[in-house]
Design a protein around this ligand. Structure first.
Ligand SMILES: *Cc1c(COP(=O)(O)O)cnc(C)c1O
Length: 449
């Protein structure tokens, strides 16, 4: 077949009119050029010229591929509440609204309405944080990892930092407490053994290393069980203060509420850390706080002045959308409505019978599998090994991995888990608005009954 019978770019551009409105002319032209190149190669290799409709279809899929979002919402049916790979905590309605409002318009990010002069972004969320926790001062940065880096750089550069061996944790993604210390210019002084730390270890280290700081890093993603011992935070703080040292507490999750009432084991709270006298504490915004990605630093006002002045503070500052969403999230705690309004707390506190009823409704709608007891997890490097009883829809399938892939290619994608050749769908992490979509996604799998 002669190459000159292949349509020209101009011809196809005319045919593809509506696509130009959707994707813009330059991108459409590029897609047509590349598609025609393929056709030419095909023809040279002895193939025939495809019908115009087919060529246009190829142009269309090229454009769709190029403009496909890589960051998009998914339905989390895994039952892992703080799923780090799925973006950790979903936000409350108020937080989402606040984020949208300051993003779509100008805002008072660094503007004081009273004086009409330049303000500071550091005031946002700070007031509510102080109100909520009674901390001397507060500031917000990009995430907890940057909070730890900034605090160490500002307070412990060229100084020694005493930390128990059992707390030299790796958070994930290569974030290791010893490496962060090195980055900040602090010198690590390890004390105790992997399983045991005595108060006299702390005291001795403080005596041997005058001017050293003391740090605690919460073991947020693993548990230490068996023959173990560790002094309480208040005792450790007292030892540090007796030696005119300060204690930095990397709390990780930063729970503002007790989790025991939901049948989970104790997670240190921000209030406890402050009550124990920790001088500076750091925690995440998107773990058990249930807000946006953020790092929160609370503590003694004189120390926070130094932290704010450090050049790294600018490098790790929080953006306006984060500050707006965080403030809105914190207000839920202040107004005692966290359990009702913050999605992760609503998920954690959902009564078992409600979960069962929803799993049963999915079963009825799909006529597939059966409702079974299972477990939801907190995830996100919070409360390791802790589970909440739940009910799942459990569907036996012959090729579970293929089914999981099919669910992922659904629009919106559905993320589920498998166990012993069964697909499991946990209602705890699925919102009620997503119920219908999920049932339809399951039906689309066309599983044989
Ligand atoms: C999760 C965690 C961090 C890191 O928090 P990000 O907000 O993810 O940066 C730091 N320290 C501890 C103890 C953690 O659990």
């Amino acid at each position: 077949m002669p190459l000159r019978d292949i349509p020209s770019v101009e011809q196809l551009l005319q045919q593809a009119g509506p696509l130009a409105a959707e994707y813009g002319r330059p991108l459409l032209t590029r897609a047509i050029r590349e598609t025609l190149q393929d056709v030419r190669q095909d023809v040279q290799a002895g193939g025939s010229i495809p019908p115009q409709q087919e060529t246009l279809q190829q142009v269309r899929s090229r454009l769709a591929g190029w403009t496909q979002a890589t960051l998009e919402p998914v339905i989390n049916a895994t039952g892992v509440i703080l799923h780090t790979n799925l973006g950790r905590a979903p936000l409350s309605r108020a937080a989402t609204r606040a984020m949208q409002a300051v993003s779509a318009d100008y805002s008072t990010l660094e503007f004081d309405l009273q004086t009409g002069k330049r303000g500071s972004r550091l005031v946002h969320a700070g007031q509510v944080l102080k109100e909520l926790t009674g901390a001397g001062d507060a500031m917000v940065v990009n995430n907890c990892a940057s909070a730890v880096l900034l605090v160490l750089a500002a307070l412990a550069k060229n100084k020694k930092v005493i930390i128990p061996r059992s707390q030299l944790v790796e958070i994930g993604g290569g974030f290791r407490v010893p490496d962060v210390m090195k980055q900040s210019g602090a010198k690590l002084v390890e004390i105790g053994t992997t399983n045991k730390l005595h108060l006299h270890d702390v005291n001795e280290a403080l005596e041997e290393n005058p001017g050293a700081l003391v740090m605690r890093a919460h073991r947020s993603n693993f548990r230490l069980v068996g023959f173990t011992e560790e002094p309480g935070l208040a005792e450790t703080v007292a030892a540090a203060h007796r030696h005119e040292s300060i204690l930095l507490d990397d709390l990780g999750s930063g729970a503002l509420m007790d989790v025991e009432k939901y049948g989970l084991s104790h997670e240190p709270t921000v209030q406890e850390s402050l009550a124990a006298g920790a001088d500076v504490i750091m925690f995440s915004g998107d773990k058990l706080l249930g807000g946006p990605q953020a790092g929160i630093i609370l503590g003694r006002a004189d120390l926070l002045v130094k932290i704010r002045k450090h050049p790294l503070a600018r490098a790790v500052r929080a953006d306006k959308a984060c500050l707006a969403a965080l403030t809105a999230t914190l207000l839920h705690y202040l107004k005692d409505e966290a359990e009702r309004e913050i999605p992760i707390w609503r998920m954690i506190s959902t009564p078992l019978e409600q979960l069962k009823a929803r799993a049963e409704a999915w079963q009825r709608e799909t006529s597939l599998g059966e409702v079974a007891r299972s477990e939801s997890t907190i995830g996100g490097g919070s409360l390791p090994g802790e589970t909440l009883p739940t009910f799942v829809l459990s569907i036996p399938v012959s090729s579970p991995d293929k089914m999981l892939a099919k669910l992922r290619s659904h629009s919106p994608p559905v993320i589920a888990r498998t166990e012993n050749d069964r697909l499991l769908f946990d209602p705890r992490t699925v919102t009620e608005e997503q119920d219908q979509i999920l049932s339809r996604a399951i039906l689309a799998l066309q599983i044989q009954r």
